[in-house]
Ligand binder design. Sequence first.
Ligand SMILES: [Zn+2]
Ligand SMILES: [Zn+2]
Length: 144
Amino acid sequence: MDKAYTKALRERGVRITPQRALIWQVLAESGAHFTADELWEQVRTSLPGLEVSTVYRSLQALQEAGLVVESRLPEGPMVFEARSGTHPHLVCEACDRIFHLEDPQLGFQVADILSKASEEFEIRELHIVAKGLCSNCTMKETRE
Ligand SMILES: [Zn+2]
Ligand SMILES: [Zn+2]
């Protein structure tokens, strides 16, 4: 187990288990979005006998520590990643890849504007998703 990864968990007060450390490592190293099932596929080879319910519980602990954020995508499952806070997602309709905007502040700005505009409603969760075509798929379409 890489020490740099367990250190991040320790600093956030997460009780370290092999499952949590490995899930965190997969998320942090890849910087990608995973469903709980995909994470399970990734880590079960290293941790035989691991139940998918343990993956969910580990993700919950990492989320509570502010290390991981979950996002709901339209018609898709919940995805998890090593990040914090609301951030917009761009989902390609052709290849299903998930992208981020260059500006990491934008999600916070939208959340801020919304919470100011809706005084009588306390926003606890916000998912910003745009659907469309990524540059790869746009190129493919024009070539065909
Ligand atoms: Zn994301
Ligand atoms: Zn695409």
